[in-house]
Design a protein. Structure first.
Length: 288
């Protein structure tokens, strides 16, 4: 496999995980940016354990997931009842705080970075096995009682409380789950690039994920799946002089989408209409 295709596919898997991490909390009516900070935490934990302590990949992955869970659980206790705007601002601040802490941790390389991270074998396979497992879990979650509760909270929190949905703990545990997904993405990122610098985990990364999720469609998990490879891939086909404007292009796409189609390209209604059309097609074909 060409190395460029390998990097493209692994990065796509990483961005899908991050998109789902943002998506799963947003479906509960809150925009949480902690997964980007948790990505940094998971990446550095895994990198340190595998390079300095020579841990195997799987225990390092589990440790990173635990670190991401703890890292996201503590602020989630305070942000569980926060309005959407307040959570957005607070969690953006956490990205800057995490970057600043990492820059001042000399044993993790500080501003110069953490180098020579061991790479796991069969990283592409590992990435998509994880994506499949996480995707199946989210698919089942959305069709469970928790998923229905998320839908009600997203529409109206007052109605959710009258139905005796504990909106606080629902928010807390979704934020923790998002933090774990961010940490997993960080582990895969560390094993792919093998060099960690605090500036990797910045608002630029967050802009990419926002674009993939909101342009793709925030009402269904499939928006991220379909549009991440499209939006991540098309700048690679552009001339270098144009590709340098990638972030500007993403920003414009995001603004245009929010103005013209706020629910994104792929919506639940679209998927429902497609499902109905396919059923009618097969029914008519069977009758004929």
């Amino acid at each position: 496999m060409p190395i460029s295709l390998f990097y493209f596919l692994v990065f796509t898997g990483i961005f899908i995980l991050l998109g789902w991490a943002i998506y799963i909390v947003y479906r509960n009516g809150q925009l949480n940016n902690v997964p980007i900070a948790a990505m940094a935490v998971g990446a550095y934990i895994c990198a340190y354990l595998t390079r300095e302590l020579h841990w195997p990949f799987l225990p390092a992955l589990l440790a990173a997931m635990g670190g991401g869970a703890v890292f996201s659980f503590v602020p989630a206790l305070g942000l569980g009842r926060a309005p959407g705007f307040s959570m957005t601002i607070a969690t953006i601040a956490m990205i800057f705080i995490t970057q600043t802490v990492l820059r001042n941790m000399a044993f993790l390389g500080g501003v110069y970075g953490f180098y020579s991270i061991p790479r796991v074998d069969h990283l592409l396979i590992v990435t998509y096995v994880i994506v499949f497992i996480v995707g199946f879990f989210i698919f089942r979650l959305e069709r469970s009682r928790i998923g229905r509760a998320m839908e009600v909270v997203f529409i109206d929190t007052s109605v959710a409380r009258t139905l005796k949905i504990n909106t606080y703990w629902l928010s807390v545990w979704l934020q923790v789950f998002a933090g774990v997904l961010g940490a997993i993405a960080g582990v895969l990122f560390a094993n792919l690039v093998r060099i960690l610098v605090p500036r990797h985990f910045s608002l630029g990364m967050l802009l990419n994920i926002y674009c993939f999720m909101f342009v793709g469609g925030y009402t269904t998990m499939w928006g991220v799946v379909v549009f991440t490879p499209i939006l991540w891939g098309f700048p690679l086909l552009l001339p270098e002089a144009v590709a340098e404007w990638k972030d500007t292009i993403y920003g414009l796409l995001l603004v245009v989408t929010m103005l013209l189609r706020p629910e994104g390209v792929i919506s639940k209604k679209m998927l429902w209409d497609i499902k109905v059309s396919v059923k009618r097609f097969f029914i008519n074909r069977r009758k004929s």
